[in-house]
Design a protein around this ligand. Structure first.
Ligand code: KE4
Length: 430
């Protein structure tokens, strides 16, 4: 019998490109039919056919306190009754700026937007306005949203400026973006020696979640900080994913590196559309209406979205919240590695705070080239076996996974039991 899921996917494709509003949701990387959901509560999701799943996507990070947390829902319902939007300042935006500044002190001034892409796009523009320079540096495997200047792949030669990584991005735009290998201090130093004084900014995921999870070496982050300081380039930590996820103060608190600017998203909206960028006051004062860098948004600081974010940020400040989240996530990783070892499958895994990476390779990767050596076919078998068992992982071997405060020991145990079965399936396909 055709499932409601299959019917919806078939019909959606007539009016929505690929049947989805964001490409990763289409299951193109893993194959099969994407799941349409209708309800979430705590760590669980239910699809349109009523099947239950333990959710390790958490809407790609925002649902850190679990789906439909009663306090978040109640706060949103209450504020929504006063109108959904004014297009004018509200006290809630000040409260959000104060909360972010308290938890991420390097963000001396903050502006709210409606997505992570808007946050990174705006941060790069204000850094270019501040320095009067055009060149931008990013790292292979890092994703910072879909602004033109960020959809750029490494140039043909070492240390050459970029080529478009998407149709529709003009070569002239890509030429201002240089892509370096992550965790490679030598190439970073060579670039700054060659072009340091032309570089407006460097944007980095301080813990990468978009080529699967990749951790930085402390030497790499320190070299990056020192070189940006020496050459007057703005160091932007893209903490859209790591913000409030790996530590209450983000990756910058975890690694003790102070960026010049930070971008945020996901958790600060609690599931509703909120992004933010901010940093040094001397840089942020270049923004309109004070300065000459223009940036704007009809729904920036939307009161309903900000309320969902404020309540979420209040809940994650509970004592031991991140300690418990880190412990729970490590339990999952340890259990999965033990299961793979027991069954005899080549597998590694690691976590940082409430995010984790799973790899069908001997060791955890440290850069994009190493990620690409992971057995993608094995991941796809694993993904579908877990999905059949009611475990919802990111539909790509190149995405990090997320645990929420609502994931119980029972959820972890169920997940590990499902993984043992999935590892057996992988062995049987070898
Ligand atoms: P959004 O524009 O999707 O809100 O944020 C873009 C973005 C910026 N920076 C980082 C570090 C991010 O991880 C993201 C978005 N993350 C992806 C997950 N890989 C969102 C999922 C999707 O594209 O549908």
């Amino acid at each position: 019998m055709t499932s409601q899921n299959q019917i919806l996917f078939e019909q959606s494709q007539h009016l929505i490109p690929g049947g989805v509003n964001s490409p990763v949701r289409a299951f193109r990387s893993v194959g099969g039919t994407p799941i349409f959901f209708k309800k979430g509560l705590g760590s669980k999701l239910w699809d349109v056919d009523g099947k239950e799943y333990i959710d390790y996507i958490n809407s790609w990070g925002p649902m850190i306190v679990g789906h439909a947390h009663p306090e978040v829902i109640a706060a949103v319902q209450a504020v929504a009754a006063n109108s959904l939007s004014f297009g004018a300042p509200t006290g809630l935006e000040l409260e959000m700026a104060e909360t972010i500044n308290k938890l991420v002190p390097s963000m001396e001034q903050i502006r709210l937007v409606s997505s992570g892409t808007e946050a990174t796009m705006s941060a790069i523009r204000v850094a270019r306005g501040f320095t009067g320079r055009s060149k931008l540096v990013k790292f292979e495997g890092c994703y910072h949203g879909h602004a033109d200047s960020l959809l750029v792949k490494a140039g043909s030669g070492l240390l050459t400026f970029g080529e478009p990584d998407s149709a529709g991005v003009p070569a002239e735009v890509a030429a201002n973006t240089l892509t370096l290998p992550y965790n490679n201090v030598e190439q970073l130093e060579a670039l700054f020696k060659q072009s340091g004084d032309e570089i407006a900014c460097v944007i980095i995921e301080p813990v990468v979640g978009n080529m699967n999870l990749v951790k930085p070496t402390e030497a790499f982050l320190k070299a990056l900080r020192d070189l940006c300081t020496k050459h007057g380039s703005v160091l932007i930590f893209d903490e859209v994913m790591t913000g409030f996820r790996v530590h209450l103060g983000g990756a910058q608190a975890l690694y003790g590196i102070k960026p010049d600017m930070t971008t945020l998203g996901k958790v600060i909206g609690g599931g509703l559309p909120v992004g933010a960028f901010g940093g040094r006051k001397d840089i942020m004062s270049g923004l309109a209406p004070l300065g000459k860098v223009y940036q704007a948004g009809t729904l920036s600081g939307n009161p309903v979205a900000v309320t969902a974010g404020l309540k979420t940020l209040e809940l994650i400040q509970a004592p031991d919240f991140h300690k418990n989240l880190t412990v729970q996530t490590q339990k999952l990783v340890d259990g999965l590695m033990a299961a793979a070892k027991k069954i005899g499958v080549t597998f590694s895994a690691q976590s940082v705070g409430g995010m984790f990476g799973l790899y069908f390779s001997e060791a955890c990767p440290t850069c994009f080239d190493e990620v690409m050596t992971s057995d993608k076919a094995a991941f796809n078998v694993f993904f579908h076996s877990m999905l059949d068992s009611g475990i919802y992982l990111g539909p790509s071997a190149f995405e990090a996974g997320f645990v929420s405060a609502a994931h119980t020991d029972g959820d972890i145990a169920t997940t590990i039991a499902a993984a043992e079965k999935a590892f057996q399936v992988i062995l049987s396909t070898k």
